[in-house]
Design a protein around this ligand. Sequence first.
Ligand SMILES: [Zn+2]
Length: 278
Amino acid sequence: MPELPEVETERGRLAAVADGKRIVSARIDDARLTRPEDPSLVAAILEGDRVAAVDRRGKYIVVRLDSGNDLLVHLRMTGGFRYAPATHERAVLELEDGSRVAYRDTRRFGTWLLTDDEDAERLLDVKNGPEPLGPGFTTDFLARRLAGRKAPVKAAILDQRTVAGLGNIYSDEALWYARINPMKPAGELSREEVAALRTGIRKALRLGIDRQGADLGDGAYAGGRMQDEFRAYGREDEPCPRCGTPIAKTRVGGRGTSYCPSCQAASRPSRSSRQSSV
Ligand SMILES: [Zn+2]
């Protein structure tokens, strides 16, 4: 399932091809993509419009058009853009310079929502907290979002209104960097732990963007190298890169969760109590 780094990689590639170009023809073959809107109607509105910019907000790709419309693309499980003919194409845009942009989605959970810019901003703000790599994602903000919550911290940070764009991979990685147990109730994190979590989230996401996302071998996000950087995710029974303890796997909030039972121990003493015991 694509998370912020995979979506950002898709965004960058789409921007490189489509930025500033007019859409000379649009074809949408899958009614699920645009429902409840009629796909042929959406395609007809897109035709003739020009791509003004390709942005991202959380896990949404935001295709801004000269008309003032925005196309909000959510890739969900397996959606993505292809620039050569591919299997499982759900829509095809042809651009004025002859470029062909296909939307491919094997599992068909992705969505395209065409709306005016004002409604798009409203919807994106309701669904997403601040961008985790932007200035609004402060320790204060994260502390407020986690305060008083009994839910495990892993479940809490998967809420897109707390951390826009985070999913299962990068939350496991972030918690490993922060040395926080994924089952720890969110409201019990110390200020120091919240700060470490914010740093861990940003570190995992920056690394993911730098490696062009994770390629999990299913063909959906081919070419990414983040899988070579995993410290906890998908490394069950392999030694923790920090302490050598085998990585454990459990379920948190219904999601498979990998963590180090030693350096992310549930009862890890805080730095202050460690210092006082020395
Ligand atoms: Zn460890």
